[in-house]
Design a protein around this ligand. Sequence first.
Ligand SMILES: [Zn+2]
Length: 446
Amino acid sequence: MTTTLPFAARMLFASTLTFLAACSAPASPPLVAATASATAQVTAADATRASSTGARSASSTGANAPPTVPLDGPVDVDRVLAHLKVLSVDIGSRPAGSEPERRAAQYIADVLKAQGYTTTIETFTYPARFDDSSVTIGSETPFKGALIDGAATGKVTATLVDGGTGLPEQVAAARVQGNIVLMRRGGLPFAQKIANAQDAGALAVIIVNNEAGPFHGTLGQQRASIPAIAIDGARADRLRAALGQSVTVEAAGGTRTVTSQNVVGQRGSTCRAYIGAHYDSVAEGPGANDNASGTASMLEMARVRGTDGLCALAFGSEETGLHGSQAFVAAHLAGTAQFMLNFDMMGRIDDAIIVGDGGLTQSILGIIGRGSDQPLRAGTFPPFASSDHVSFASVGLPAVTITSGNDPAIHTARDTYEAVRPADLKTMLTLGDAALAGMLKTLGRR
Ligand SMILES: [Zn+2]
């Protein structure tokens, strides 16, 4: 789950926050290939038998009794842990649009195919903002800057001179021609500071914050023909110490097209029920709980519940704004199915909740029971949080996300395989599978 969204995502989802995951080492062969065995090969038949057995026991309880779903179904947490390890350790961080994200998609597709699904990798694109601006002093590691909106992009190396706050007399005194001008934030609008430097022949401008922390600057309706970047105030002393030395300013930002992909596994000719999970992560960590855990759990449920009409979806680019699930509902008539169960963070129980459609939530709670012996209850995400069920709800499909709840490690390097709790994962897997098994029995009844 994320607590903030990139700018482009905020524009689309001003009131949501996304769950996520991340990863970065060479991909391993798919688990299914590594563990090909008699048990792995008979999944479809097993799943059919398991489902029909459950259906019989449910109908035998009578018309008014809630359906009985065994909470110790055939799902195997060890298989989930093995998928989780491939995604979060062998592959590692899986940022939207990255090569590791593509490797993860291929792994998921290989697993679903081996589990008897007709499998497709569907690519999609979307525009995303980026900012790779930086300042480099000598041979030091570059430090991050932020392109000032309206300034030119480009890379300039020249002598750093002190332009004060950018007043015309300060700029004149600094002899800025052919140099890079360091200015403090404040005193004048950004557009005026940069115009003064540009008019005096400066090659680039660095505006350093007047307090610790980064900032985002804009020239409003104005434009500048020289590069200008904003720098964290914590760097002010280092920059002042570099006055008179050669520095490099790189102003690099804008919008680029990201290519990502969803994995679609289908049983039968029509998708009547969906299960889904996002498999991308943030760049900062390996995204084990967020959301290799949900992806791995979804794959195991798909294995044991494979039945005609069930479609298993793995979404790319969730962390950057639900792009994968949005692309899916835009390309398919998803609203004609009967329900969608999404799984986002299944590996560390805090406040385990079902979020989304009220009727579907109540149906699930009716299936798994509401007692204190199981932790799952109806809930809502915190402000600015969301997940992929929202995209399906937007086309009229009853959809929920099932999650083990908040995890302070998500979107950090601490969201690791080792930090996932196998006992919690098993509980969430079992509850999710029971919900799916129970809901699959309702297919075709309406
Ligand atoms: Zn997530």
